[in-house]
Design a protein around this ligand. Sequence first.
Ligand code: CA
Length: 223
Amino acid sequence: MKILVIEDEKKVASFIKKGLEEEYYTVDTAHNGKDGYELALEGEYDLIILDLMLPFKDGISITKDLRANKIVTPILLLTAKDKIQDKVDGLDAGADDYLTKPFAFEELIARARALLRRNENTKSLLIKVGELSLDTQLHSLNIGTQKVDLTPKEYSILEYLLRNKNRVISRTKLTQHVYEYNFDTDTNVIDVYINKLRGKIEQHTKAEVIHTVRGIGYVINEN
Ligand code: CA
């Protein structure tokens, strides 16, 4: 899952990013409202964590404009203390929840999880394909009755392929999903992760799970 953090205080932004990455999320950050808005418009995010006071474009106006553009990504607003009107304006503009600064990281992660869960209600928390069973809450993979240990990047790639089962996902798309925006990475890195994933999966099943589509990318088929 990919989260966008729009926060002009760089220390706060990197604190949030680091914490979320430890929870297996992929995180993009933007340090002003204009860049953040543009990323939110074009990117495929599962959640946006949005500071209210930002240079060039404030959080309320970002929220309003995203909703006007039919971007329905859940938005968690970060607001200053005792500005009740800001919270009301934010929620009225289309934000889903808010958190008052300063906050404990545990609370941020709990609210983020709640919003992601709400968004996921139509999706299943447990994705099953063949012998594989991926728990998207616990971030764990089981093959049959055996638990398979995955690194955050391996998990992220597998989750994305499973969520898009029966669809061929290009290596570029996979790279964009598991790396930060502008991360100057070679898509060959994805092949390395896929090989590691296959190695781990093959220890528990004889079935070929991740198929290579030559020249394009990868697919997991359900059958
Ligand atoms: Ca700010």
